[in-house]
Design a protein around this ligand. Structure first.
Ligand code: UD1
Length: 363
């Protein structure tokens, strides 16, 4: 069966890599990678493909940046053309970005069956563009691969028929396991002069945190206060770098915070794996810290990944309570935590089995 795997932005690459490898190894599938080009810088794209052992994309749509409607529209137009030419047996989309919803809308009208990997997550916050992408994609998908029981429950509550839902687990953990030896051997923390367990990692890129300058200022102040207690390294997303400007970046650096460019997967995960704590507004990093048992201070008002709080190491924080919450998390003795069910590095295999069963059922 011919399968299109959509790659668009940095966090998608970690989700499709294990699946591409597993589909390739299975023998009965022909997986092709379609890169929409939503992320295009080498550090945001090519370097991560290389880290995860992915070949160059089979198709590159070259979409680039733009407003939400511009980006979504350009992906729909370009993907419709490709889908009409190649008529894949399955379209697999991951996550919640504009390309996820856009390719689903194009394929849905061509009646190409859609599989959504990481289905069912809900923040219930429609100010988040990703929440709208999740809702659109899940309503169009023929198959919904979920990471956790809360996701199954969300889909049932929205009336998605049971037979469309398969809980496969969290595929991000497969990526980590795929390259774990390289992550643990990577010398990036040492290169930066950071001692294992002696620093914190910061990432920020949500529009709600970085697009409003007062909020970005408040967060910068809070990070500077943390830096006085725990040295911080901050790989800065291109969006955040633009919003900080030279003045904002210089202010953080003057306080001693190490600003570095976006890191590829292995180097970034080597920073996380050695950290005492992580401060982030990312989706995937909430999950990776839960998997690794590292305290995660989630700088958001809500999360579509509640299991990282109920079963994991994360808590929701804001600029006002960040320092206090971080210090108390650091003071807690490290507990032996159970990882969430099916976050075990074998999700891609379960996806292949489910897809094989569903391909046979379609005849
Ligand atoms: C997108 C996703 C978000 C995801 C994030 C991961 C949507 C709605 N948002 O947000 O869910 O968490 O990716 O990073 O799909 N830029 C570069 N180089 C690049 C990519 C972007 O310089 O390779 C610049 C763009 O010009 C733009 C800014 O960074 O000004 C933001 O990029 P964009 O892709 O629009 O959104 P993200 O914030 O990355």
């Amino acid at each position: 069966a011919l399968v299109h795997l959509i790659a668009a932005v940095r966090p998608n690459f970690m989700k499709i890599a294990p699946l591409w490898h597993a589909l390739k190894a299975a023998g009965d599938f022909r997986p092709l990678i379609v890169h929409t080009g939503q992320h295009y810088d080498a550090a945001m794209s090519d370097d991560i493909f290389a880290d995860l052992g992915l070949p160059a994309p089979d198709h590159h749509l070259g979409i680039g940046s733009g407003t939400h409607a511009e980006q979504t529209g350009r992906v729909m137009i370009a993907y419709e053309k490709l889908a009409m030419e190649e008529r894949p047996d399955w379209l697999i989309v991951a996550g919640d970005v504009n390309s996820t919803a856009a390719t689903s809308m194009a394929a849905g009208k061509l009646r190409i069956p859609i599989v959504h990997l990481e289905a069912g997550l809900r923040s219930r916050d429609r100010d988040m563009p990703e929440e709208l992408n999740r809702l659109v994609t899940d309503v169009l998908a023929d198959v919904l691969w979920t990471p956790s029981p809360d996701a199954d429950a969300n889909l049932r509550a929205e009336g998605i028929p049971e037979e469309r839902i398969t809980r496969v687990g969290n595929i991000m953990m497969d990526s980590y396991e795929l390259v774990r030896p390289a992550i643990l051997a990577d010398g990036y923390p040492a290169e930066l002069g950071l001692a294992p367990g002696g620093y914190g990692v910061v990432t920020l890129h949500r529009p709600s945190n970085v697009d409003v300058s007062e909020q970005l200022d408040r967060l910068s102040e809070a990070l500077i206060a943390v830096q006085a207690h725990l040295p911080l390294v901050f790989p800065v997303h291109p969006r955040t770098r633009q919003r900080l400007g030279d003045t904002g970046a210089a202010r953080l650096e003057a306080a001693g915070i190490r600003l570095v460019g976006p890191a590829a997967y292995v180097r970034f995960m080597s920073l996380v794996a050695g950290a005492a704590a992580v401060i982030t507004d990312s989706g995937g990093i909430q999950e990776e810290t839960t998997y690794l048992g590292i305290p995660c201070l989630t700088l958001r008002e809500n999360t579509e990944r509640p299991i990282t709080i109920t079963e994991g190491t994360a808590q929701l924080v804001n600029a006002g309570n960040l320092l206090e919450r971080l210090l108390s998390a650091l003071a807690q003795p490290k507990q032996d935590r159970k990882r969430p069910d099916l976050w075990d590095g074998r999700t891609a295999q379960r996806c292949v089995e489910d897809l094989r069963r569903r391909t046979a059922a379609r005849g």
